[in-house]
Design a protein around this ligand. Sequence first.
Ligand code: PMT
Length: 405
Amino acid sequence: MSLLADKRILLGVTGGIAAYKSADLVRRLQDQGARVRVVMTAGAQEFVRPLTFQALSGNPVHTDLLDPAAEAAMGHIELAKWADLILIAPASASCMARLAAGMADDLLATLCLASEAPLHLAPAMNQAMWRHPATQANAQTLQSRGATLLGPGAGSQACGDVGPGRMLEPLEIVEQLVSAAAPAQVLKGKRVTITAGPTREALDPVRYLSNHSSGKMGFAIAAAAARAGADVTLIAGPVRLDTPADVNRVDVTSTNEMLAAAEQAADTADLFISAAAVVDFRPAVIATQKIKKEDGNDSDVLQLVKNPDIVATIAGRKHKRPFTVGFAAETEKVIEHAKSKLARKGLDMIVANDVSDPQGGFNSDHNQVVVIDQGGEQALPAALKTELATQLISLIADRAFGKSG
Ligand code: PMT
């Protein structure tokens, strides 16, 4: 999957002949799975009609700051918050000057001021304009504030000049965005074991005890760890999820199977993350035939025994003990209970998960957590589990190995 997949990209198009290439750029970004909305300046509309971008992006094109109809559909602040990334291509000399000066006199400049999303600019202008000290100073100012310049390239220009100032080709721009989106390799050379999903304890040949875990959180963490350069073993309970890229998957069903797989993987692991929702009790005996209600079985039909605690077993190792991170799924007094689990299970870190929140926890695409260790607490606000997983991996890598992304 591309690193731009599902990224919400706000493409700003400013006035310049290279604006025609931005139509193809929309397509190339969509090829990567990105969701694209286009903002055009007045100058850009002199070169290409908004309808072109509307047809290609599948979304209305935003052109005016003070258009009541457009504001009613998606206001400029909403649009600024929507963007994961702002890309201005082509970025004219005038656009760069106005951004460097912090102007908010048209929609695109206002969005750049109002958004916290990373800003990428693909300059396009005449070679003399690019070389001019004013433009160079503006470029430096923008870079010093965190903006990334993509290009410009050099070569023959529409005006007949030859030199720097050509907008990069759409594919080159996409390649540079993909490299910029690549996460820091904070787990390079590390072996990481992650448990995910539920366990399942058979009662008889047709019934079992389990819970609502979908495995999404643990799988997202495994994917994020692999992207961060780790050698990942994912021990998965019974879930319906595809294996993330570059991850070794071990499928298990019961808690004892998960424990055996965890013990084996932990022998060589630097980091163990227990995101699985492990069933705490299992039937003392698994009936070999389907349990019948006609057999005089009453309310005491089930006798349960306690399952081993997998994460506590790994954390309690005297030798070959990886840095051990647990989760705490709680419905009340979340921090208090999580802290007590951190201590009781001998963990290095715990991720407190309020599973009473219907917007997060079990089987949701979203989650919000508080990470707790000896150093204190850090809240990671509501986000897609895929995004939260990236933040978790960078936080854990920092605490476990002193590597920050
Ligand atoms: O899978 P999803 O649908 O995406 O949902 C994500 C999640 C809610 C399952 C996940 O984010 C989460 O909170 N996982 C831990 C669930 C849990 O069982 O919590 P717990 O508080 O009961 O257990 C505390 C810790 O001990 C956990 O790390 C758990 O993996 C571990 N444990 C628990 C019992 C046991 N016998 N062995 C264990 O290793």
